[in-house]
Design a protein around this ligand. Structure first.
Ligand code: S3P
Length: 445
C-alpha cells in the first residue's frame, strides 16, 4: 500500500455536531461473544474500522456466521462455547493488538492449532504477557524471538483453570485469560491491582456468563468466571468511542472560538481519564443528555474553545486514559504551565512507542518538554506552538490523528507521512474533521 501523507493547516474555528464511530474495544468483544453464543446476535453501531473487520474475518475463519446487513447492522450465529473450528489459514489480525490478544486467549482452550500474524507494528509487540498465563492453562506456543508474531497457538483439549494476578494493568491480558476461561471447567480468576476497562466483564454477563467481581482487602479486584457457561445471542448497541471522540474534542478546545457537539460518547468511568484531566485543565466541556444505551453510559459532549492550564496527571489514572496520552500531550503543548504525565510505561508497547513518538514530534514542532523515566513533562506558555514539521507515524493511528489536531491550531502546518493507519480505528476522520472546519488535505507527491 502506498503511503498517504496529509497536511493540517490552522483552522478558523470549528463548529457543528458529529457522531464518531463505534467503540473499538466493545466492537471486538461483541463479535467474539456473538460468535460463541447460541442463536442470533445483532450489533448496531459496530466500528467498521480495519482492526474490527479483521476480528470479524477471524470469527468467520473460526466457524461463526457473521454478516453485515445493508442497514449497517451486523448479524452473527455463534458456535456455542467450546465450539470454534480450526481455521484453515493463518489469522492475520492486521494492526490490532486487542483482536490478536483476546483471540489468542479464546483459541488457547480449544483443541486445535491456529497461527496468528499481523502488520509490522503488531509483529513487533510483546505477546509473552498473554502466552505466559495461557501456557499455565495448558496451551503451547511457537513464536518468534521475544514471543512475537507470527505465532502458533497450540490449544489444549483439557485446559486448567488458574488464578492469575496481572503483572501490568492491561485489559487485553485480563480478557485473554478470561476468554480462555470460558471453555475451561471450574473457575478462572484474574486479579488486577488497578482497575482496567471492564467491557469484557459487563458484556460476558450480558450474554449470560456467571462472573463475579470481588474487591480485596488491598483494593485489588478479583474477577472470577465460571467456565463453560451457555451464552445466549444478544442485541448490542455500540456507543461512540470516547478514545476517538478525544480528537474532535481536543481540536475544539484548542481552536479559538470553536463550539461543537460530539454525540452519544461512551462515558464508562474506566475510560474517562482524559475528560477528567481536561476538565482539571480548565476545558469547557459539558455532558448533556446522560443516558444508558445498550448497557453502557453515554452522553453528548458540548465543547467550546478554552484556555487550558498545565496539571499533574497521576500515574493511577493511566489505565483509564492509556490511549489518550498522545492527544493529551498535544493539549498540554497549548496549555499555560507544566503538565506532568506520570507512569506511562505501557505507552511504550502500543502500536508504536508512543512516549518516544510524542516527545520527538512535539519537540520538533517547537514544544519544550522532558522525558524522565516513564514520565512525559510538557511545558506550555499558553501561546501557540510553532508546528511546521513532518512527523513519521509508524503505523500508529493515534499518533497520526494527534499531530493532525496539532496542526489545526499551531502557527505553521503539521504534516504526517502516512494517514492509512487512521482507518484502523476512525474511518472518515479527515472528512469529519474537515466538516467541522478543519483544513486537512492530501500532500501532492
Ligand atoms: C484495550 C486495552 C488497552 C488499550 C487498547 C484496547 C482493550 O490495551 O490500549 O487500545 O480493548 O482491551 P492494554 O490492555 O494493553 O492496556
Amino acid at each position: 500500500m502506498s503511503a498517504k501523507p496529509l497536511i493540517s493547516h490552522a483552522a478558523a474555528s470549528l463548529s457543528g455536531q458529529v457522531r464518531v464511530p463505534g467503540d473499538k474495544s466493545i466492537s471486538h468483544r461483541a463479535l467474539m461473544f456473538g460468535a460463541l453464543a447460541i442463536g442470533q446476535s445483532s450489533i448496531e453501531g459496530l466500528l467498521e474500522g480495519e482492526d474490527v473487520l479483521r476480528t470479524a474475518a477471524a470469527m468467520r475463519a473460526l466457524g461463526a456466521e457473521v454478516t453485515r446487513g445493508g442497514d449497517g447492522r451486523w448479524t452473527l450465529f455463534g458456535r456455542g462455547v467450546g465450539g470454534l473450528a480450526e481455521p484453515e489459514d493463518v489469522l492475520d489480525m492486521g494492526n490490532a493488538g486487542t483482536g490478536a490478544r483476546l483471540l489468542m486467549g479464546l483459541v488457547a482452550s480449544h483443541p486445535f492449532t491456529s497461527v496468528f500474524t499481523g502488520d509490522a507494528s503488531l509483529r513487533s509487540r510483546p505477546m509473552r504477557r498473554v502466552t505466559e498465563p495461557l501456557g499455565r492453562m495448558g496451551a503451547g506456543f511457537v513464536g518468534r524471538s521475544g514471543g512475537r508474531l507470527p505465532l502458533a497457538v497450540i490449544g489444549t483439549a483439557s485446559p486448567i483453570p488458574i488464578s492469575y494476578e496481572l503483572p501490568m494493568p492491561s485489559a487485553q491480558v485480563k480478557s485473554a485469560v478470561l476468554l480462555a476461561g470460558l471453555n475451561t471447567p471450574g473457575t478462572t480468576t484474574v486479579i488486577e491491582r488497578e482497575a482496567t476497562r471492564d467491557h469484557t466483564e459487563l458484556m460476558l454477563r450480558g450474554f449470560g456468563a456467571k462472573l463475579t467481581v470481588e474487591v480485596l482487602a488491598n483494593g485489588a479486584r478479583a474477577i472470577s468466571l465460571t467456565g463453560q457457561p451457555e451464552l445466549t445471542g444478544q442485541s448490542i448497541k455500540v456507543p461512540a468511542d470516547p478514545s476517538s471522540a478525544a480528537f474532535p474534542v481536543v481540536a475544539a478546545l484548542l481552536v479559538a472560538g470553536s463550539a461543537i457537539t460530539v454525540q452519544a460518547v461512551g462515558t464508562n468511568p474506566l475510560r474517562c481519564g482524559l475528560y477528567q484531566t481536561l476538565l482539571e485543565m480548565g476545558a469547557d466541556i459539558t455532558y448533556a443528555n446522560a443516558r444508558v444505551e445498550g448497557g453502557e453510559p453515554v452522553a453528548d459532549l458540548l465543547v467550546r474553545g478554552s484556555e487550558l492550564k498545565g496539571v499533574d496527571v497521576p500515574p493511577e489514572r493511566a489505565p483509564s486514559m492509556i490511549d489518550e496520552y498522545p492527544i493529551l500531550a498535544v493539549a498540554a503543548a497549548f496549555a499555560k504551565g507544566t503538565t506532568r504525565m506520570r507512569g506511562l510505561a505501557e505507552l511504550r508497547v502500543k502500536e508504536s512507542d508512543r512516549l518516544a513518538a510524542m516527545a520527538r514530534g512535539l519537540e520538533a514542532a517547537g514544544v519544550t518538554l522532558e522525558v524522565e523515566g516513564d514520565d512525559l513533562i510538557v511545558h506550555g506558555d499558553g501561546g501557540l506552538p510553532e508546528g511546521g514539521v513532518s512527523v513519521p507515524v509508524n503505523l500508529d493511528h493515534r499518533i497520526a490523528m494527534s499531530f493532525l489536531v496539532m496542526g489545526m491550531a499551531s502557527r505553521r502546518p503539521v504534516q504526517i507521512d502516512d494517514a492509512s493507519a487512521i482507518d484502523t480505528s476512525f474511518p472518515g476522520f479527515t472528512e469529519m474533521m474537515n466538516g467541522l472546519g478543519a483544513k486537512i488535505s492530501r500532500v501532492a507527491e
